[in-house]
Design a protein around this ligand. Structure first.
Ligand SMILES: [Fe+2]
Length: 263
């Protein structure tokens, strides 16, 4: 059984299959679907950490997350994203962002596997297609943005949520910085590649373009480019970190996610 169920818009699709039993042909279809829909989710997947790593490796080399410690010695590439009902302040990743954009080579894909979730619809992850956002830009702005690079910092606007996690896990990092083109091409499709959660300015040689910055951020996250993913237990989601912004919706409750990123 391998079936792709897509929604109305080209943002997000569900795949019905058993991830423990997929073959090479299925992986090819998943890769193609990722290019088209940006984010895919698989419900009712009872994966052990070993199975999870095995599946993730089919998409490339596993990346190390520079800001958080791994699950344990055996599975250092699985990071635990946890929220407790008693936690105060924002959840991890509560602003639209691209994972680890402040590194020289941010991961291509991110995966989350739910281990514990609050009631369905209570703690969603929202995705925002930057392919659609790019296509919807006026030509004049497309042309302008192609000349720009963005500067990013691990201590950008979203970092308050990671600081909360440091307190728990005790892994402290120095500030990480990077610079990337604002518009990039992935398999002949243009996408906006800009993480509002980590952005600290356009290329330093250009004057601060606060009007353009505001315009871009407003445009990138319009509702019409969004898909909101409901979480249930044992659900896996994978997304293209280059073309999809994502954010956690604010919630109160217990949630545990196992996260893997792929280079
Ligand atoms: Fe994230």
């Amino acid at each position: 059984m391998f079936k792709i169920i897509s929604g109305k818009k080209d943002i997000g699709a569900e795949i019905i299959c058993d991830l423990k039993k997929i073959n090479k042909g299925n992986i090819k279809k998943i890769n193609l679907a990722l290019l088209k829909y940006g984010m895919l989710y698989f419900r009712k997947q009872n994966l052990s950490s070993k199975n999870y790593i095995k599946f993730a490796k089919k998409f490339g080399k596993l990346a190390e997350y520079p800001r958080l410690k791994g699950l344990n010695k055996k599975y250092p590439k699985i990071t635990v994203v946890q929220r407790k009902a008693s936690d105060k302040g924002p959840s991890f990743g509560e602003q639209f962002h691209t994972d680890s954009i402040y590194t020289k080579k941010p991961p291509r894909f991110t995966m989350l596997l739910s281990k514990l979730v609050p009631k369905k619809g209570k703690a969603n992850t929202e995705f925002c297609s930057q392919y659609l956002a790019y296509n919807d830009l006026p030509n004049k702005i497309k042309k302008k943005l192609k000349k720009y690079k963005g500067n990013y910092s691990s201590e950008g606007p979203i970092s308050i949520t990671t600081q909360e996690r440091f307190k728990e896990k005790g892994k402290i990092n120095k500030e990480l910085k990077s610079r990337h083109n604002i518009i990039r091409k992935i398999n002949n499709k243009y996408t906006i590649y800009c993480s509002p959660g980590h952005f600290v300015g356009f290329n330093s040689k250009l004057k601060r373009e606060s009007k353009l910055e505001k315009y871009l951020f407003n445009h990138q996250i319009k509702k019409k480019f969004q898909f909101s993913l409901d979480w249930e237990m044992s659900q896996l989601a994978i997304w293209d970190n280059r073309s999809m912004l994502h954010q956690a919706t604010p919630f109160k409750g217990n949630r545990i996610m196992h996260r893997i990123t792929i280079q």
